[in-house]
Design a protein around this ligand. Structure first.
Ligand code: FAD
Ligand code: NAI
Length: 467
């Protein structure tokens, strides 16, 4: 019998593949089981990467259509070819997923194609595509099975007219009217893609605001900008049914607390009301693990409470983000190898890749108000930032929050062009326990959008330099 694995990881997404690569680097005998044809999980195949490819191309198209003339650039008779746009997206996905397979080889990770199932402590059964089952012996199992779209009761996803994000990333035609259920990250990103290509977009959102969980001042500004771009928002409403029998799709809606029914007609409906942990057929019962609404719960540094079984990524609690899954994967591999491994959940950023982008890290002002902790704020508008002015991209602002007494930076929230890149500066500041004065006294290149962060930090100190 062959030597058992040190670690078998079930799931090859950002959590699983980063865990596997790090484990390989640390000299552990490692296998990663993935049931999808390619590695990379939701993120690379049907999530982060294809959505960003479409967002980038369509943002350029919209800029050429709406902004170039004002800048003195003549780009008349513009048009697009959806097949080419989609082919570009597929190329990016293919290249990146193959890259993971290459990294597995380089780091001596066995990639096992098939569906993994825990068959007791130290045993994982794999059912391969040809229907054969093999059993792997292992000292450690890492559950990294990710998440799936939360269904809307009574509504069937056919991925043609009623789609999840997966279908919305691969529509064959631009819908005339796209109805979104949920004004969260997926709705705003994929709604932007199709709106830029000509679709009318209506968002039905249960709450009375968009982007719940984000700083509410930022979310309000975002809603104003998206409305100007053409998004129609129906807040405080829910979808109660959808009729696909006719040529047009009829979507029944009513107020969140009942009453005032309204039927919307469109041609595609995207259901994006959140994602839920995926652990179907995983054999958790064989080891006495009972997942709850948040998935498989870790009681201490990714440990499930069952010896040698760990959990990371979307299938456990915390934000469902690729970099959170990746951080957990790396730390988990380090712990398995007997090294220290830790994730600082207070410094995990979130970015919405719309135009303008929205980026956030740390505590929101709403959370600080609720906790009663005394805090100071500093705000700086891109309207007063020289690079934003030079680029004619002045929408948005930076808001920093710091402890009133110690000046420790507690959170940073921004809306504006390119803030998804800028947020990393604040992640580092939070990670190093910086004060807002530290940021205010750090030299920033001029003229750049990042100066708005420095000016907001100066604002916390009460000595902003630019008007
Ligand atoms: P996953 O990526 O879901 O990977 C889990 C893998 O496990 C899957 O490939 C699945 O096939 C496999 N699997 C499941 N069960 C088994 C089994 N029994 N046997 C074998 N294999 C199994 N996050 C960001 O940070 N930034 C973004 O821009 C972003 N954009 C997104 C856009 C969209 C449209 C969506 C849907 C998500 C987006 N996300 C984004 C979220 C991100 O994709 C997830 O947080 C991330 O993929 C989670 O990684 P994971 O490894 O935990 O799970
Ligand atoms: P979400 O949690 O961001 O937003 C869901 C929205 O749907 C919320 O506003 C919620 O109030 C609303 N909602 C819930 N039930 C509803 C109902 N019955 N009717 C109407 N509205 C309802 O979830 P989303 O957009 O589906 O994305 C899932 C997850 O994927 C995100 O939370 C995020 O973790 C990840 N993601 C991350 C991205 C990024 O980092 N840029 C991009 C896309 C997805």
């Amino acid at each position: 019998m062959s030597e058992p694995y040190d670690v078998v990881i079930i799931g090859g997404g950002p959590g699983g593949y980063n865990c596997a690569i790090r484990a390989g680097q640390l000299g552990l005998k490692t296998a990663c089981i993935e049931m999808r044809e390619t590695l990379g999980g939701t993120c690379l195949n049907v999530g982060c990467i294809p959505s960003k490819a479409l967002l980038h191309t369509t943002e350029l198209y919209e800029a050429a259509q709406t902004r170039f003339a004002g800048l003195g650039i003549k780009a008349e008779g513009l048009s697009f070819d959806l097949d080419t746009i989609m082919a570009g997206k597929r190329d990016v996905v293919d290249g990146l997923t193959k890259g993971i397979a290459g990294l597995f080889k380089k780091n001596k990770v066995d990639h096992i194609a098939g569906k993994g199932r825990i068959a007791g402590q130290g045993k994982v059964e794999v059912e391969t595509v040809d229907g054969k089952t093999t059993t792997l012996e292992t000292r450690n199992i890492v559950i990294a099975t990710g998440s799936e779209p939360t269904p809307l009761p009574g509504i069937e996803i056919d991925e043609k007219r009623i789609v999840s994000s997966t279908g919305a990333l691969a529509l064959e035609r631009v819908p005339e009217h796209l109805i979104l259920v949920g004004a969260g990250v997926i709705g705003l990103e994929l709604g932007s893609v199709w709106r830029r290509l000509g679709a009318k977009v209506t968002v039905v959102e249960y709450l009375d605001r968009i982007l719940p969980g984000m700083d509410s001042e930022i979310a309000k500004q975002a809603q104003r900008i998206f409305k100007k771009q053409g998004f129609a928002f129906k807040l405080g409403r829910k979808v109660t049914g959808a009729d696909t029998s006719g040529k047009t799709l009829a979507v029944e809606t009513e107020a969140a607390d009942g009453g005032s029914p309204e039927t919307l007609t469109g041609d595609v409906m995207l259901v994006c009301i959140g994602r839920r942990p995926y652990t179907e057929g995983l054999g958790l019962d064989t080891v006495g693990i009972e997942p709850d609404r948040r998935g498989v719960i870790a009681n201490d540094h990714f440990r499930t409470g069952v010896d040698g079984i760990w959990v990371i990524g979307d299938c456990t609690s915390g934000p469902m983000l690729a970099h959170k899954a990746e951080d957990e994967g790396v730390a988990c591999a380090e712990l398995i190898a007997g090294k220290p491994g830790h994730v600082n959940y207070a410094a995990i950023p979130g970015v919405v890749y719309t135009a303008p982008e929205i980026a956030t890290v740390g505590l929101t002002e709403d959370e600080l108000k609720e906790s009663g902790r005394a805090y100071k704020t500093g705000k700086f508008s891109f309207m007063a930032n020289s690079r934003a002015r030079a680029n004619h991209e002045t929408d948005g602002f930076v808001k920093l929050l710091a402890d009133a007494e110690t000046d420790e930076l507690l959170g940073g929230h921004m809306i504006g062009t390119g803030v998804g890149e800028m947020i990393a500066e604040l992640c580092l500041a939070l990670e190093f326990g910086a004060s807002s004065e530290d940021v205010a006294r750090t030299s920033h290149p001029h003229p750049t959008m990042t100066e708005a962060i420095r000016q907001a930090a100066m604002g916390v100190e009460g000595w902003t330099m630019q008007s």
